[in-house]
Design a protein around this ligand. Sequence first.
Ligand SMILES: CC(C)(COP(=O)(O)OP(=O)(O)OC[C@H]1O[C@@H](n2cnc3c(N)ncnc32)[C@H](O)[C@@H]1OP(=O)(O)O)[C@@H](O)C(=O)NCCC(=O)NCCS
Length: 180
Amino acid sequence: MRPVASFDRPVLATERLRLRRPEMRDVAAIVRIVGQRDVAVRLSRVPHPYGAADARFFLDAVVPGEWCWAITLAGDDALIGVVGLTPGAEPGAAELGYWLSPDHWGRGFMTEAARCILSYGVETLRLTTITSGYFADNAASGRVLEKIGFVESGRAMRPCLARGHDVASVEMHLPPGTMA
Ligand SMILES: CC(C)(COP(=O)(O)OP(=O)(O)OC[C@H]1O[C@@H](n2cnc3c(N)ncnc32)[C@H](O)[C@@H]1OP(=O)(O)O)[C@@H](O)C(=O)NCCC(=O)NCCS
């Protein structure tokens, strides 16, 4: 079955989190988090410094074309991170990406959020190929992917806007038939 063609983002709930569509009211939170160099250097597409215009570009030009959710704590609307599936070139393919505010690192939140949208991607969107990747110096992200079932598929150089050069990366994929 082909994946759903629209980019609907229903509210999804996990034990501790609520995932909702990112909105313009999130600009300040996005800038506060993604503007931190510690976060930006671990991401491919984020410039540094990062300001409100960059966050508005993300909300206007990126969010509408991706299955992308704001992560909030259950019972609190404030954005603390983003998790998303970027459609790939082939039908049924997407790439998992995410970032979280450093205030909340190390509590299993990203594993919980990523697992939730992987289920959505597989069960609702009928995605058949889900890939991801992380810079080789970002072991925490590698661990998140490993915990939700990804395995290494190769090594590559990926661009990093914040560092201004390509960075050694580990390419990952979810083996066919694997459920998060
Ligand atoms: C990567 C990131 C999303 C992790 O979020 P998180 O909520 O802290 O992740 P979790 O708590 O679910 O899991 C982190 C795991 O990495 C482990 N870890 C943390 N730092 C580590 C390190 N330096 N080396 C090895 N493992 C590490 C943790 O112990 C945990 O594993 P465990 O459950 O087996 O103990 C977060 O650090 C982040 O947003 N970083 C900046 C942006 C980013 O890196 N995005 C991903 C780009 S590929």
